[in-house]
Design a protein around this ligand. Structure first.
Ligand SMILES: [Zn+2]
Ligand SMILES: [Zn+2]
Length: 133
């Protein structure tokens, strides 16, 4: 029962947030509810949930991020602060079929990140330029 409790808490946390946390972020959160849990347990649970397709994981630089939304969706990555946000837009239709047409490889998925500078970061920049931060 203990193990399923850990798993459920991790999954619930990922469903609750849209911040695409790292394993360390998840550990920090879950530890408040289950003080005895180890980082290794959190990490194993995250990878298992990902293998089972209940969540998704992706790498940004060297950090692995986890997403409670396992459905294909687009992400925005801020080049300055590294935050990852969902972009709520319709998926490009047939994108996998189109990629398969263009190659002989077997394609089973894709990762698509839009990159740029987030609103928070661009506002900070402006504030500094104007000297009125
Ligand atoms: Zn940013
Ligand atoms: Zn996402």
């Amino acid at each position: 029962m203990r193990n399923s409790n850990q798993r459920t808490l991790i999954l619930e946390y990922l469903h609750r947030v849209k911040t695409h946390p790292t394993a360390a972020d998840v550990y920090e959160e879950v530890q408040q509810l289950l003080p005895d849990i180890s980082f290794g347990t959190v990490y194993r649970n995250l990878n298992r949930l990902n293998d089972e397709g209940l969540i998704q994981a992706f790498k940004v630089g060297r950090a692995k991020h986890f997403d409670g939304n396992a459905d294909n969706h687009y992400h925005f990555l801020c080049r300055q602060c590294g935050k990852v946000e969902d972009i709520e837009m319709a998926l490009v239709e047939d994108i996998i079929a189109r990629a398969e047409d263009a190659t002989d490889h077997e394609i089973d998925g894709y990762e698509l990140f839009f990159t740029g500078v987030c609103q928070d970061c661009s506002q900070t920049d402006k504030g500094e330029e104007d000297g009125n931060k």
